[in-house]
Design a binder for this molecule. Structure first.
Ligand SMILES: [Mg+2]
Length: 169
């Protein structure tokens, strides 16, 4: 029997960090991967072309949401640079030392996402508090860690897609 086409809002969320995932750093300057330099507020970023291509493909299986200190600024630059449809929704973070021992992104993610919504999160800055949070969510949750010198690579995208497709079975 044919499966019903998945509805847009039934796709899992993919929370997308930017620095260390799309904007990569720490690689050898003379051997940088394909991509382009982008200046944002006087800071030079290197946007990985490969990461952009992987993220475009992932947008078929996920609803993308920026999860980065770039916040809304991501939409001023990245959809155009990466060839993504945009603007994308973004998570806002409280400024200041109000995280009381928690990873700085977790409170805002909790507030911005429904507990029953399956969620994947790709980031280069996870710690054990993120693992504990993911393990405690009531719906499927996947954390995918990147190396900031390489960013989002094909093997990350393969793992994410496999996870998303297994959910809809
Ligand atoms: Mg990062």
């Amino acid at each position: 029997m044919p499966r019903a086409a998945p509805l847009h809002d039934t796709k899992p969320l993919l929370l997308v960090d930017i620095d260390g995932v799309l904007s990569i750093f720490g690689f050898t300057q003379s051997q940088h991967p394909p991509g382009r330099f982008l200046t944002v507020d006087g800071i030079v970023h290197f946007i990985s072309a490969q990461a952009g291509a992987q993220l475009r493909e992932l947008s078929e299986d996920f609803e993308l949401r920026w999860c980065s200190g770039w916040e809304e600024k991501a939409n001023d630059y990245l959809p155009a640079v990466l060839g993504l449809p945009g603007p994308l929704p973004f998570i806002s973070f409280e400024r200041g030392p109000s995280h009381a021992g928690s990873h700085w992104k977790l409170a805002a993610i909790e507030q911005a996402t429904a507990p029953q919504r399956p969620l994947a999160w790709i980031d280069d800055g996870f710690d054990e508090r993120c693992d504990a949070w993911a393990a405690g969510r009531r719906s499927p949750t996947l954390l995918v860690a990147t190396d900031p010198a390489e960013g989002l690579l094909e093997h990350h995208a393969v793992a994410l897609r496999r996870w998303a497709r297994a959910l809809s079975r």
